[in-house]
Design a protein around this ligand. Structure first.
Ligand SMILES: [Zn+2]
Length: 446
């Protein structure tokens, strides 16, 4: 794959220089496509799209002339914005749980990097990383040293003692000040803070690492040991401290929560993105809607892609949570709360290959247009809450229009009629471009 890609890069570069434009911006002209622009249901039929550098320069139904541009005949396929996963874990996704629990950070990082290239090759050109130490991988992707999606990192997700990201061994408490930090805390895979001063300091440390937003656990989790689902995590004062630090950095806090009371307190404290929310009532969703808070929920079902946990208690919690999935989507749609799409695939590289299939599962509740809009311009709107901490601010993400980032997928068929096309990206995505660079192309270049 690497060899193939470098050949393409050379070819594209040659295309730009052959016109004698030594310093000219690299251009690619995609002709003969129907454009889903990320926002409107009607495709722009028989369009041409010009890419200059890493941005879209023109979208037109009239012919575009661009001398020296690399030409791609789209063959009447549908051009859509690159997909966005709003709840992704660059490191947890693609490492078996045994490695995360007992391994070392180098293995976790290498597997995360391998997983990142695969994420991009599934058409996910941007992810909001909601926990883990993805900073190095992000930097190397941005420098094009390795392949992968754009990453908006949250850095280590923060837990209270005994909270969702406290995976320490049972014997770790009582702790005392002389204890060395737990390995996963010291390498930034997770973080722990108790009390307002620790929360404030930890939040600043995470922002110092380069986080785009903060991620905390505000309630019980499925895969964790010490926190039944009903448990609220962090006091309101602690959550307000997270929000205050995020606010000083002009960004926001996302919180892992399933239940009502924990969500209510989080919303009152200023949290802007509730992750999961499967056990939430209509009234709580209305509260979120009225406070402009996002529901970042995943189509997790106890189906062929369902997780299996070694711990029977985690398995019981999994069933309780996934029983709420259908009701959550149905109610969220009725209430009109902003819903983001994410997968939250954990500890399973094979399941990560199903990322597009997870998106297609939304057809149970949404029309194909709604699904595609959610995973493109909709998710981009959530990512934009990071404000100046958003690493990619040269243009909008998730849309195809002049000035937007050239993150594009050419789909063989019309996903607005058949959303299942996104479930099999290796078969159905003929072209994958990110930041104006072609990463996959099964069509001929001219
Ligand atoms: Zn998660």
């Amino acid at each position: 794959m690497i060899k193939h890609l470098s050949l393409l890069c050379v070819f594209v570069f040659w295309g730009a220089t052959s016109a004698g434009a030594q310093e000219a911006v690299q251009q690619t002209l995609i002709t003969n496509v129907h454009v889903f622009d990320g926002a409107n249901e009607q495709r722009i039929e028989n369009a041409n799209v010009l890419i200059e550098g890493n941005l879209i320069a023109a979208v037109s139904t009239h012919p575009i002339t661009a001398e020296g541009a690399t030409l791609i005949d789209g063959g009447g396929s549908t051009l859509i914005p690159g997909l966005i996963d709003a709840h992704w874990h660059t490191l947890y996704c693609c490492n078996p749980q045994s490695v995360v629990v007992t391994g070392d950070i180098l293995e976790v990082a290498v597997r995360g990097a391998i997983g990142s290239e695969k994420t991009l090759m599934r058409g996910f050109t941007s992810v909001r990383d909601v926990g883990g130490n993805s900073f190095a991988i992000k930097r190397m992707i941005d420098k094009r040293e390795i392949d992968g999606p754009r990453i908006l990192p949250s850095g280590p997700p923060v837990t209270q003692t005994g909270g969702h990201f406290d995976y320490r061994p049972y014997q770790a408490v009582p702790s005392n000040a002389a204890d060395s930090k737990w390995y996963w805390y010291s390498v930034g895979l997770m973080a722990q803070a108790d009390g307002v001063p620790e929360v404030t300091k930890t939040s600043r440390e995470i922002m110092r690492m380069g986080a785009s937003q903060l991620k905390i656990a505000g309630g019980g989790g499925v895969s964790s040991t010490y926190d039944p689902l009903d448990v609220r995590q962090f006091t309101k004062a602690e959550i307000e401290a997270f929000v205050e630090v995020a606010d000083t950095y002009n960004t926001y806090v996302a919180s892992h929560i399933f239940t009502d009371e924990a969500t209510r307190i989080a919303v009152e404290a200023g949290v802007k993105s509730i992750e999961h929310g499967f056990l939430m009532s209509r009234e709580t969703m209305e509260l979120m809607r009225d406070n402009d808070v996002w529901l970042s929920v995943q189509p997790l079902l106890d189906d062929e892609d369902g997780f299996t946990f070694n711990d029977p208690e985690s398995q019981r919690k999994w069933i309780e949570v996934t029983d709420g999935t259908d009701r959550t989507y149905t109610t969220a749609k009725e209430v009109g709360v902003k819903v983001a799409f994410g997968t939250d695939i954990l500890f399973d590289p094979a399941l990560a290959e199903r990322q597009g299939a997870f998106l297609a599962k939304l057809k149970r509740w949404y029309e194909p247009f709604e699904v595609l809009k959610m995973a493109t311009s909709g998710n981009a709107e959530l990512l934009a809450l990071a404000g100046p901490r958003h690493p990619y601010r040269a243009g909008p993400l998730g849309v195809i229009k002049e000035g937007a980032y050239a993150d594009l997928i050419l789909v063989d068929g019309n996903p607005l009629e058949d959303i299942d096309l996104v479930a099999s990206p290796h078969e159905n995505f003929d072209l994958i471009m990110k930041d104006g660079v072609i990463y996959k192309n099964t069509l001929s270049l001219n």
